[in-house]
Design a protein around this ligand. Structure first.
Ligand code: SF4
Length: 245
């Protein structure tokens, strides 16, 4: 495949290459909106399997959303167990459920589906100081509201920065995300989100494993890092081997 020359080509190639590597799962059945909000709080910055396990623990340990709402943050943290950032996630989940209950005396959010996507996202964003982040809003927009959004968590932003898709300071994550959404189609939004987070949490981690990264021939950061180390990528070594006749 030829090297990408612009942002669109780079993103298209990134999706193709990462899909081959990570095989995104089929889209799961749609959850109720409130459930998807809590799942997004488990999913942010974590791979699918870890988030699924954290969410399943919550559902097993508590009878319903109200029981989580009236539990203390340490109790919910204990249930989340070894989930990374369990304390922070527990705090956000409890705060959100408390706030939502105080506003509506219910654990329903499905009314949002009846509003336009933009209006629904705006309404959800009103919980931003109560556990909801830009990632939560975008995730729920993509998964439960049928809208086009590309949720960006810290690890995903790190990868996009290393690929030079995002450059400069991010003053406003929402605008950065909106600009990315012009390059990733709605049809590709689900797969792009899945593989980007998987990549960010397994290969393009804090200290990136560039040598074994399938993007290392196109990623400016990887190219520079490997040149500095004087190493060829595993991909390059494999491609340079003489083919058997
Ligand atoms: S080459 Fe390195 S920096 Fe670039 S995406 Fe891969 S792991 Fe991340």
């Amino acid at each position: 495949m030829a090297a990408p020359t612009n942002k669109q080509q780079l993103l298209d190639k990134t999706l193709t290459v990462l899909k081959k590597k990570f095989h995104p799962p089929a889209e799961p059945d749609k959850r109720p909106v409130l459930e998807e909000v809590v799942f997004a709080m488990c999913r942010e910055s974590l791979p699918t399997a870890t988030a699924d396990a954290a969410f399943a623990r919550l559902r097993r340990a508590f009878v319903d959303w109200n029981e989580i709402r009236v539990s203390s943050v340490p109790e919910v943290t204990e249930v989340l167990g070894d989930t990374p950032d369990a304390g922070d996630r527990a705090k956000r989940i409890v705060e959100f459920l408390q706030e939502h209950f105080e506003r509506t005396y219910s654990f329903e959010l499905d009314d949002l589906e009846k509003k336009g996507v933009k209006q629904a996202a705006k309404q959800l964003a009103r919980y931003k100081d109560k556990g909801v982040t830009d990632f939560t809003v975008a995730w729920v927009t993509q998964r439960a509201l049928g809208g086009h959004a590309v949720p960006l968590d810290g690890p995903s932003v790190r990868v996009l920065r290393r690929l030079h898709v995002i450059e400069g300071d991010i003053d406003d994550l929402e605008s950065t995300r909106a600009s990315l959404e012009h390059h990733v189609s709605k049809a590709n939004g689900y797969d792009f989100t899945e593989v980007l987070i998987d990549h960010a949490t397994t290969i393009c981690v804090e200290v990136p494993l560039c040598r074994e990264c399938p993007l290392n021939r196109d990623c400016p950061t990887g190219i520079e890092a490997l040149a500095r180390q004087g190493k060829k990528s595993i991909t390059a070594v494999a491609e340079d081997k003489p083919k058997k006749k």
